[in-house]
Unconditional design. Structure first.
Length: 400
């Protein structure tokens, strides 16, 4: 009788529930590894996160202050530095080392941000760490920073450079390093869509970098581990590789990612339906993230003023000026981008009688209400009538 090589025989196909059990075990092991890499020494965190509201913050450097939306930094100081601090915050830095600064209004990209803090054992010393940030909420992990830890007293958000738009900070969240809090935070990152900019951004993958542990690497690790377990099982039994089981495991990993994507799409659909369905255009604009800017433009649009003339939007903030101008169309709106980018106002002779001038956070033009004149830094002026005036930050004038 001829002998048969057992290795040449096809491997018996694994049952579906066996494949599912192997993949589930691999996913649990990959998840446990991700938690272990990102958690601290404690199993339970109390509380899971500490929220520092805007009411506990103040502008220490730069121009700004508290508002209903949050603490606002309108401009950095003469040295190009702005600083918002929460001086009364006291935490155990070893237990809370991941901080997220949440903005009420998405700040413009390109702004340089840094984290600042103090420690009780080194009073008088301020530590800083740059935040790797481009848009959305600003998050930083100080777990391995040599100067973070122990009794942290006082935290702050530093801004460097000229702000193209006001920065509105809603709160700061210090997240626990405990195992249960880390796991809950990871799950929250995966199942809740992010909405820093717009409803359309909820399904954007660019926010994966801000997650404690992105889902894709964990699923990929689970797939590799499950395939390795199947291969080890076949080798141990002297069987050929079970290609069907390997394909099923890869498809299972893809299915997990696709189900998460579908969940985010449904969240986006529900959010868009609740925000916009059955509403007028003004109501839809008021529901968007730049609703505060639309509120300013709406005041100008609906003001009792002559129609048909030229409307000049002047601001030290390029993004603010252009966005307000966009909301004012189809009026004859003019934004002098060349002078706006240089930070210089148009000369008095560039304004015509009947022009309407919108001043938004404009520092080098002042309306003298007592004498009814718009005054330039060099003393030149033009007669103007006030249509709307709301302090030094906002005014709508008609040039005489």
């Amino acid at each position: 009788m001829s002998s048969v090589d057992v290795r040449s025989l096809p491997a018996p196909r694994l049952a579906h529930r066996t494949i599912a059990a192997i993949f589930a075990l691999a996913l649990v092991l990959a998840l446990a590894g991700a938690v272990a890499l990102n958690a601290g020494p404690h199993l339970h965190g109390t509380p899971p996160s500490i929220v520092v509201p805007a009411s506990a913050m103040s502008v220490e450097r730069g121009r700004g202050g508290p508002t209903a939306a949050g603490v606002v930094l309108e401009a950095t100081g003469p040295d190009g530095i702005g600083l918002i601090t929460a001086p009364d915050v006291g935490v155990d830095g070893d237990a809370y080392s991941r901080i997220t600064w949440h903005f009420a209004v998405p700040p413009p990209g390109g702004t340089a941000l840094a984290m600042t803090w103090s420690r009780r054992e080194r009073a008088g010393t301020v530590f800083t760490a740059p935040i790797d940030w481009s848009r959305g909420d600003a998050a930083i992990d100080l777990t391995h920073h040599p100067d973070w830890g122990g009794a942290v007293h006082g935290i702050g958000l530093a801004v460097r450079g000229r702000l193209p738009a006001p920065l509105v900070l809603a709160d700061a969240r210090l997240r626990s390093n405990a195992w249960d809090a880390t796991l809950a935070e990871m799950a929250g990152d995966w199942i809740k869509g992010r909405n820093e900019e717009s409803l359309g951004a909820m399904t954007s993958l660019r926010h994966e970098a801000t997650h404690v542990a992105p889902l894709l690497p964990i699923v990929a690790a689970a797939v590799v581990l499950a395939v390795a377990l199947v291969a080890w099982r076949n080798r141990r039994r002297g069987e050929a590789p079970d290609v069907g089981a390997i394909v099923a495991i890869v498809l299972a990993g893809w299915l997990v990612l696709d189900l998460r994507w579908q969940a985010l799409l449904w969240q986006q659909h529900a959010a868009a339906l609740g925000a916009f369905a059955g509403r007028t255009l003004d109501e839809k604009r008021a529901a968007e993230r730049d609703a505060p800017i639309f509120a300013v433009a709406r005041r100008v649009r609906d003001a009792e003023r002559p129609r048909g003339g030229r409307v000049l939007v002047l601001s030290d903030n390029t993004a603010l000026a252009t966005r307000v101008a966009w909301f004012l169309y189809p009026d004859n709106v003019w934004v002098d981008m060349r002078r706006l980018l240089r930070g210089t106002p148009p000369p008095p002779d560039a304004l015509k009688s009947g022009d309407q001038v919108v001043l938004l956070l404009k520092r080098d033009l002042v309306f003298d209400a007592a004498n009814g004149r718009l005054v330039w830094p060099d003393g030149r002026s033009r007669a103007a009538r006030a249509i709307l005036v709301d302090g030094p930050e906002f005014a709508l004038l008609e040039i005489r």
